[in-house]
Write a protein that binds this ligand. Structure first.
Ligand SMILES: Cc1cc2nc3c(=O)[nH]c(=O)nc-3n(C[C@H](O)[C@H](O)[C@H](O)COP(=O)(O)OP(=O)(O)OC[C@H]3O[C@@H](n4cnc5c(N)ncnc54)[C@H](O)[C@@H]3O)c2cc1C
Length: 469
C-alpha cells in the first residue's frame, strides 16, 4: 500500500469519493481505503440473484446526484456517466385501478390532483423551476439563501399538518410517500422538507437511474480520482487511525459511532461525548428480484414509473411509518419500489427484468418482511409472484454487514430528524471538522445528510483545504 500521501479517506461511498476527488483536484495525493472488496459504498451494483441480473444493492434512484452542485461541478459525464429517465418518475397506487402520478411535467401532475392541482403547481412547480437554487440551498444549509428560507417556511412542518390542508387523496398519498423517505414518524417536524424537495426535483431534474446501475457513479468517481493520481484500495478495514499511512489529513467517511472506534482516543472528551449522543433511526428490509416478465400491474401505466410507492392511502402510509418509528413491525408496510429495466434494459438479459424494493422496519429488526412486501405488491399486481425467477433478501443485519455505516439497518447515516438535520453530527458552523485538527468527518452523518449527493464529502474536503491547504 502507498505510504506517502497527503490525505487518507476511510470509506468509498459517494462522500468519501467526492472528498477524495476534490482534494486530488487541488493537487493532493489521496488514498481511499475501503473495507469491502468492491468500492462504492451505497452505490454498489451486484449480481445478487442470477447471472446477468445487475441489482443496485443500496441506492437506485438519483434526483440528488443529478441536482447536487458537487456532482454537477465534477462533470462526471466526461468519465462516461449517464442517467436514464423513466417515463414517469413516480406512481403511487391507492386502490387497484386508482393511481396517483408524479410526472416530470408539473401541469400534467397537477391535472391529476383535483382541487389540490393549483397548490401543487404553485409549490412544487415553483421549487422545481428553481431546482439549481434549491439544490444549492439544501446542499449547504449552513449558508441560508432565500430558497432555503422559502423551503423551510413551506415545509418545516410535520407532513401530517400539510396533509390536513389537502383535499384530494391522490395528493395526500403522493406527499406522504415522498415524505416517508425521511424514515421518520410523519407527525414529526421537517419530514415534509424531504417530501417537498424530492417532489420539486421530480419536476426539475427527474428521478433517473444511472445507466448500468449506481455502480457507474462510483466507477466514474474512481476513474477521475485515478486520473488525478489518487488510488482506492479495497478489502482494507481501518480499525485505528494511528495505523494509517502518515498524511496531512484523515477524512472518515463513517458514522460517528465508527469515528469514535477509529479515532475516539484522539478527540477531546467533550467532542467525543457529543458524538456518542448521535442517534440512529429505523432500519430497512430489502428484497431484490429477477423477473421473467415485467410486473403485471393492474394499472398498466405503472409499468412506466421508475419508482412505485406502495402503501395505499396517505393515512395508511402515515400509520405504517409511525408503527416503525415506535418500534413495531407493520403488517402492511410502506414499500418503496424501483423498476429500473424499463428505462435501462442493460441491467438484465433481454426480455427479463430486475426489481428492487425495501420497507422500513424498527432498528435492528430480525423479522423477515419478504412475504409482507410481496403481498403489498400483489395487491396492485396480482400474479406478481409467478414472474419471480430469483430473489435476494437483506435484513438490517445483512445491510450492516454489507456496509458498516448502515448501523442497525439505518441507511441514512443516522436519524435525519429536525435536530440531527440542524446539528449533524454536532452543532457547529464547520461540522466536518473534529476536535483533532487533522481528522475530518465526511459522510451522510454530517451536513447536509443522506442520499447520493456527495455534498458532505465536497464540503469536508473544502474545509480541509481551507485549514491545512
Ligand atoms: C437500501 C438503500 C437504498 C437507498 N436508496 C437511495 C436512493 O435511491 N437514492 C439516494 O440518493 N440514496 C439512497 N440511499 C442512501 C445512500 O446510499 C447513502 O445516503 C449514501 O450512500 C451515503 O454515502 P456516504 O458516502 O456517506 O457513505 P456510504 O455510501 O455508506 O459509504 C461508506 C463506506 O465506508 C466504508 N467503511 C465503513 N467503515 C469502514 C472502515 N472502518 N474501514 C474502511 N471502510 C469503511 C463502507 O464499507 C462503505 O463503503 C439508499 C441506501 C440504502 C442502503
Amino acid at each position: 500500500m502507498t505510504t506517502d500521501v497527503d490525505a487518507v479517506v476511510v470509506g468509498s461511498g459517494p462522500n468519501g469519493l467526492v472528498a477524495a476527488v476534490t482534494l486530488a483536484e487541488a493537487g493532493w495525493k489521496v488514498l481511499v481505503l475501503e473495507a469491502q472488496n468492491q468500492a462504492g459504498g451505497g452505490m454498489r451494483t451486484e449480481e445478487l440473484t442470477l447471472p446477468g441480473f445487475r441489482h443496485d444493492v443500496c441506492s437506485a434512484v438519483h434526483p440528488m446526484a443529478l441536482a447536487s452542485p458537487a456532482f454537477r461541478e465534477l462533470e462526471l459525464a466526461r468519465e462516461g456517466l449517464a442517467f436514464a429517465q423513466p417515463r414517469i418518475p413516480l406512481g403511487h397506487p391507492i386502490a387497484p385501478g386508482d393511481t396517483a402520478y408524479l410526472r416530470r411535467d408539473v401541469v400534467e401532475t397537477a391535472a391529476g390532483l383535483g382541487a389540490d392541482g393549483p397548490l401543487w403547481k404553485a409549490v412544487m412547480g415553483t421549487f422545481g423551476s428553481r431546482w439549481p437554487q434549491l439544490a444549492r440551498a439544501i446542499g449547504n444549509p449552513l449558508r441560508p439563501t432565500p430558497d432555503l428560507i422559502a423551503l423551510g417556511a413551506t415545509s418545516v412542518w410535520p407532513t401530517t399538518w400539510l396533509m390536513r390542508g389537502l383535499r384530494d387523496e391522490h395528493t395526500r398519498a403522493l406527499l406522504a410517500g415522498i415524505a416517508a423517505h425521511s424514515i421518520n414518524d410523519l407527525h414529526q417536524p421537517a419530514t415534509a422538507l424531504i417530501g417537498v424537495a424530492l417532489g420539486a426535483f421530480a419536476h426539475g431534474v427527474g428521478w433517473p437511474v444511472a445507466i448500468g446501475g449506481s455502480q457507474s457513479i462510483a466507477d466514474a468517481l474512481i476513474a477521475r480520482l485515478r486520473s488525478l493520481g489518487g488510488d482506492v484500495v479495497t478489502g482494507h478495514r481501518v480499525r485505528n487511525v494511528d495505523n494509517l499511512p502518515s498524511a496531512r489529513a484523515v477524512l472518515l467517511s463513517t458514522t460517528p459511532r465508527q469515528a469514535l472506534q477509529l479515532a475516539g482516543h484522539r478527540f477531546a472528551p467533550r467532542y467525543a461525548k457529543t458524538l456518542s449522543r448521535f442517534r440512529y433511526g429505523p432500519g430497512v428490509f430489502k428484497v431484490d428480484w429477477a423477473l421473467d416478465a415485467p410486473v403485471p400491474w393492474s394499472d398498466p401505466e405503472l409499468a412506466g414509473a421508475g419508482t412505485v410507492h406502495i402503501g395505499g392511502r396517505g393515512a395508511d402510509v402515515v400509520r405504517a411509518e409511525r408503527e416503525v418509528a415506535q418500534g413495531r413491525v407493520p403488517d402492511e408496510p410502506f414499500v418503496l419500489l424501483s423498476q429500473p429495466t424499463d428505462a435501462d434494459p442493460s441491467r438484465a438479459p433481454e426480455g427479463k427484468h430486475t426489481l428492487w424494493a425495501y420497507c422500513h422496519v424498527p432498528h435492528g429488526s430480525e423479522v423477515d418482511m419478504t412475504d409482507a412486501i410481496e403481498q403489498q405488491i400483489e395487491r396492485f399486481a396480482p400474479g406478481f409472484r409467478d414472474r419471480i425467477i430469483g430473489r435476494h433478501t437483506m435484513d438490517p443485519a445483512a445491510m450492516e454487514a454489507h456496509n458498516a455505516n448502515d448501523i442497525g439497518g439505518s441507511i441514512d447515516g443516522g436519524l435525519a430528524d429536525l435536530r440531527q438535520l440542524l446539528a449533524r453530527p454536532t452543532a457547529s458552523l464547520t461540522p466536518w471538522a473534529t476536535s483533532d485538527e487533522r481528522i475530518f468527518l465526511a459522510s451522510a452523518s454530517t451536513m447536509p445528510g443522506p442520499g447520493v449527493n456527495g455534498m458532505a464529502g465536497r464540503l469536508a474536503a473544502q474545509t480541509v483545504l481551507k485549514r491545512l491547504g
